[in-house]
Design a protein around this ligand. Structure first.
Ligand SMILES: *Cc1c(COP(=O)(O)O)cnc(C)c1O
Length: 367
């Protein structure tokens, strides 16, 4: 913003103490395992650099999706290893990985070939991904042996960590969890000593899809937990603290007679004489455009509900039952008073999406 001026009251407050608290809890859950702090997508919308700083000391390394996200952390001065969860998109990235100690995932034959053909001054630590049933990325179990042998024989490779990813870890007794678990640990057991391995995301850590007590040296990859969300819960039930609070002020108040409609498309119609507050936040800020009327919003100590279609910069809210409301009052779209998972459920999404889609024009305020 020009002149470094920030006037807009609409904002996302990021609670760095909550991030620290959640990272400490993740650390406790991980027991003797190693912990990767997943801070892709700008730290799930919280600001990757600030999150990295807050959780530093409780995680052993960071993970992001691709190299540009990792380089931002290097530019900010972080020296810990950083895993690239999608690996490299071109061979040109490999010398940069070597130079900056970035550890790419290898999930495809072309990524494998690029490493085998590279000439690097420093060998790379790589993460070899196995597709045990999610069918998104990775080598099939019967292809892994060969890929692993090729990497281990390659002078450009310093170490190989075997990894996989669960498709349903947040559903405690999903049949695929056991199948993926067994397929993966059978592969790991093929050599001794067992290689470095990584399978658990937050949901697997919390649900014990993997018994972390017997998995010393396992690398847990924890993301959503750091931000205060339990991926398997539909309410804020755990001891986790929400790290993001999104706030927007009331910028207009009006009375709307029974029978009148509000907003684009006139999708919400007053069933009684109603009071409508307009808030300065919309889909350009990342508030979901498809949020239906009735989606909860927190205002002046009470829950109120969205009334009408979400606009680009504004939403309208039914405040008829509020004891008091004034221009300038601040509503919480989600945060400590209104768990993001509740909003996600109302709009047919997940907490992850709401958090990481808060757009750049919403200033982050750190405390
Ligand atoms: C994003 C991601 C994670 C983190 O998942 P959470 O559910 O946020 O803990 C772990 N592993 C991989 C491969 C990922 O892409």
């Amino acid at each position: 913003m020009s002149n470094g001026l920030h006037f807009r009251p609409t904002r996302a407050e990021i609670d760095t103490h909550a991030l620290q608290h959640n990272a400490r809890l993740a650390r406790q859950h991980a027991g003797d395992c190693h912990l990767l702090g997943v801070i892709k997508a700008n730290g799930y919308g919280h600001g990757a650099v600030e999150v990295a700083r807050a959780i530093n000391g409780n995680v052993d390394a960071y993970a992001v999706a691709f190299i540009d996200e990792a380089l931002r952390l290097r530019d900010a001065g972080f020296v810990q290893p950083i895993v690239l969860l999608e690996g490299c998109f071109s061979a040109a990235e490999l010398p940069v990985c070597a130079h900056y100690n970035l550890q790419p995932v290898v999930h495809s034959q072309s990524q494998l070939d690029a490493i085998l053909q590279a000439r690097l001054v420093t060998p790379l630590a790589v993460w070899l991904k196995t597709d045990t049933g999610m069918h998104r990325l990775g080598f099939a179990p019967n292809e892994v042996r060969q890929a692993r042998a090729a990497l281990e024989a390659c002078p450009q490779v310093a170490s190989v960590t075997l990894m996989t990813h669960f498709a349903n870890a947040e559903v405690e007794d999903h049949a695929l969890n056991q199948r993926q678990h067994d397929a993966f640990f059978d592969l790991c057991a093929e050599t001794s000593p067992t290689p470095a391995v990584s399978a658990a995301n937050t949901a697997a850590m919390l649900s014990r899809a993997i018994d972390l007590k017997t998995e010393q040296g396992h690398w847990c990859r924890t993301g959503i937990m750091l931000y205060g969300v339990d991926p398997s819960a539909h309410t804020q039930t755990t001891e986790l603290l929400p790290a993001m609070r999104v706030l927007a002020p009331v910028i207009a108040l009006r009375d709307v007679a029974a029978g009148e409609a509000v907003g684009y498309g006139s999708t919400w119609r007053a069933q009684r004489d109603s009071r409508i507050a307009t808030l300065a936040i919309g889909y350009a800020d990342g508030y979901p455009r498809h949020a239906p009327s009735g989606t909860p919003i927190w205002l002046n100590g009470q829950q109120v509900s969205l009334a009408g279609t979400v606009s680009m910069d504004m939403i309208t809210v039914d405040v008829t039952d509020l004891a008091h409301v004034d221009l300038g009052d601040e509503a919480e779209l989600w945060g400590p008073n209104l768990p993001v998972c509740r909003v996600a459920e109302a709009v047919g999404s997940i907490s992850y999406e709401l958090l990481c889609r808060v757009s750049e024009r919403v200033p982050r305020h750190y405390k």
